[in-house]
Design a binder for this molecule. Structure first.
Ligand code: TYM
Length: 330
């Protein structure tokens, strides 16, 4: 049995980037034989930067309903909220004590996020990767479907696991990232040199999965391209068009080469119009299911059973870790 695990922070409304980078590969793996999926809402990670409590509580529930709306198969997948399984904090602390400040300070995401904080940088922002390592290592995870930006976090997770195994004996499985070739780094629609991010201050930069359909279509139609007019994939010289081709290809499973041929004699307006319709159809299907789950009492039952199963797995691993380290009495 292969264990697949991923988490998303409820730090805003999830975007098309989150879907294509993390949820789409998760759904692809879900179709394989003999897999178990653990999916969680990383609320403890979200508080490494300031959050409004009302918005955070809303976003947690919204994200849970969205995971289901995207097509999690509950015969194979278990969903839970990170803070409801305290073993994450507990192993997170152990991982912190096995991390070096220098290696944490060198993490790209820490350096980026640190610059954006005007009201001081929390220690949690620095110790974010050991907590993420704990999330993954608690469950003997084989594969972690994520976007490109999480690759470095997976590397440090593997390093921390090996370090612990060398020191205390074989304890943790070394996880592999699962990153798709297309869609692992969806870019901003207004500045294609930047990643599409749910916390971008300009809402035109990202498409939220819950955007009003017409608003989302408009965002695609007004996405930055270039003045050349030809629809080809060339990230260096045509980052805007290349990003739209990536989105198109990921949502339709048509290859980028086929799309270049299809639109060889076309113009940006036609291309964008088609993509806007594809994005609109995609969002409306998910939104319909979202509206069902967000209003259903099933949501709490699903989160309760996910929490109980996660706790069952995680507490056993934590006990082993404590025992090996000499923590507590047993
Ligand atoms: P987060 O919440 O920033 O993003 C969730 C997932 O979406 C991917 N992603 C993208 N993929 C493609 N293009 C984009 N523009 C884009 N933006 C985001 C991210 O790579 C991620 O897979 N640290 C994680 C949350 C986390 C986690 C974990 C993930 C905590 N513990 C354990 C996996 C396993 C994060 O900040 O994701």
């Amino acid at each position: 049995m292969k264990r697949i695990l991923t988490g998303i922070q409820p730090s805003g409304h999830i975007t098309l980037g989150n879907y294509l980078g993390a949820i789409r590969p998760l759904l692809a793996l879900q179709n394989e034989e003999d897999v178990e999926l653990l999916v969680f809402i990383a609320d403890l990670h979200a508080i490494t930067v300031p959050q409004d409590r009302v918005a955070l509580r809303h976003n947690i529930k919204e994200l849970a309903a969205l995971f289901l709306a995207c097509g999690l198969d509950l015969n194979k997948a278990h969903m839970f909220i990170q803070s409801e399984v305290p073993c994450h904090n507990q192993l997170g602390w152990v991982m912190e004590c096995n991390s070096y400040i220098g290696e944490l300070e060198r993490m790209t995401q820490f350096k980026d996020k640190k610059q954006k904080q005007t009201d001081g940088v929390s220690a949690g922002l620095l110790t974010y990767p050991p907590l993420m390592a704990a999330d993954i290592l608690l469950y003997d995870t084989d594969l972690v479907p994520v976007g490109e930006d999480q690759k470095q976090h997976l590397e440090i997770t593997r390093n921390l696991a090996s370090r612990f195994n060398n020191k205390y004996g074989e304890t943790f499985k070394l996880p592999e990232p699962y990153i798709l070739k297309t869609g692992a780094r969806v870019m901003s629609l207004v500045d294609p040199s930047k990643k599409m991010s749910k916390s971008d201050s300009n809402p035109k930069a990202f498409i939220s999965i819950l955007d009003d359909i017409n608003v989302a279509k408009k965002k695609i139609k007004s996405a930055i391209t270039d003045s050349e007019g030809s629809i080809r994939y060339d990230v260096e010289n045509k980052p805007g068009v290349s990003n739209l081709l990536t989105i198109y290809s990921s949502l339709t499973n048509e290859s980028i080469a086929d799309l270049e041929t299809k639109y060889a004699n076309s113009n940006y307006q036609v291309f964008k119009e088609d993509l806007a319709n594809i994005v609109g159809d995609f969002l409306s299907k998910i939104q319909e299911k979202y509206n069902y789950y967000i209003n259903s009492s099933d949501l709490d039952l699903i989160l309760n059973s996910g929490r109980d199963l996660a706790y069952h797995y995680a507490s056993r691993k934590l006990q082993k870790v404590y025992h090996k380290m000499g923590i507590g009495r047993y």
